[in-house]
Design a binder for this molecule. Structure first.
Ligand code: CO8
Length: 263
């Protein structure tokens, strides 16, 4: 089972929301290879778990979301193992990005390097006022290796991404919100509740429509505009055959809340 025998990741399901906590507080939740694998296992399990309608990713302890890849392991990488480790992390983070249910990062503190890249792979980012976000890899003689160069540039545009990646600067939550790196900033004590409220709202919508929306945005944004629109229209057509669409329209016309079967 994907949620069992985990050392560095904790999981808890509340109201159909799976809360995934990266939990190595002594090293500010740094991602060693085992932790990356455990994250992969949890998402693989949650994918087919009908009890899970949305996922929140956060960090254990007071200080950090994730302070990056584990530098003790990074320092020992060879060219071959470095490439393989990067590719493995890229694969697992892409599973998060393509996850068919909403994934929200609740950034409770430092989100640096691989931690920032983990947050970038999530669909939505909510930050505590205490969050510090950055890609400091160039200070260590490396570059982001878990998709950060690509996702940061797509999210913020090349200029801002290159500024953050090449300076290695950390920015605070409010600056991150201003440039669109996070969706929302809240007080530390309100972080998890805000993420859960948003997750519940999305979970109350049609699951098949939300899944199609994630796919349209993710896959479509890697296509040309016309191909992206073609994908949108095709997914739209597909949803017209869904039970969720019948229920959503009927509920509106009958002036009652919809109860989506998720089919
Ligand atoms: N890896 C390993 N240990 C870490 C890490 C890390 N990324 N971050 C913090 N720690 C450890 C510290 O060494 C310290 O351990 P100890 O108590 O044994 O001395 C403990 O966590 C607490 O940290 P600090 O005492 O440093 O706490 P501060 O509050 O003084 O500072 C900082 C907090 C600013 C977050 C600081 O810890 C820091 O700069 N950490 C490193 C941040 C960083 O550079 N992250 C990027 C790493 S590179 C990366 O993520 C590449 C991703 C792509 C990999 C591709 C695969 C090959």
């Amino acid at each position: 089972m994907g949620y069992e025998n985990l050392e560095n990741v904790r999981t808890e399901t509340r109201d159909q929301i799976l809360i995934v906590t990266i939990d190595r507080p002594k090293v500010l939740n740094a991602l060693n290879a085992q932790t990356v694998e455990e994250i992969g296992r949890v998402f693989a399990e949650a994918r087919g778990d009908e009890a899970v309608r949305a996922v929140i990713v956060t960090g254990g302890g007071e200080k950090a979301f994730v302070a990056g890849a584990d530098i003790n392991e990074l320092a020992r990488q060879s060219p071959i193992s470095g490439k393989e480790t990067s590719e493995r992390g890229q694969f697992i983070f892409s599973q998060i990005e393509r996850f068919p249910k909403p994934v929200i990062a609740a950034i409770n503190g430092f989100a640096l390097g691989g931690g920032c890249e983990l947050a970038l792979a999530c669909h939505i980012r909510i930050a505590s006022e205490k969050a510090q976000i950055g890609l400091p890899e160039v200070s260590l003689g490396i570059i982001p290796g878990y998709g950060g160069t690509q996702r940061m540039a797509r999210l913020l545009g090349k200029g801002k991404a290159l500024e953050l990646i090449c300076t290695g600067d950390r920015i605070g939550a409010l600056e991150a919100e201003k440039i669109g790196l996070v969706n929302k900033v809240v007080a530390p004590e309100a972080l998890l509740a805000t993420a859960e409220e948003m997750a519940k709202k999305i979970a109350s919508r049609s699951p098949v429509a939300v899944r199609a929306a994630i796919e349209a945005v993710n896959v479509g944004s890697e296509m040309g505009f016309e191909e992206g629109q073609f994908l949108e229209a095709t997914l739209f057509g597909l949803l017209c055959a869904s039970e969720d669409m019948k229920e959503g329209m009927a509920a509106f016309l009958e002036k009652r809340p919809a109860k989506f079967p998720g089919k």
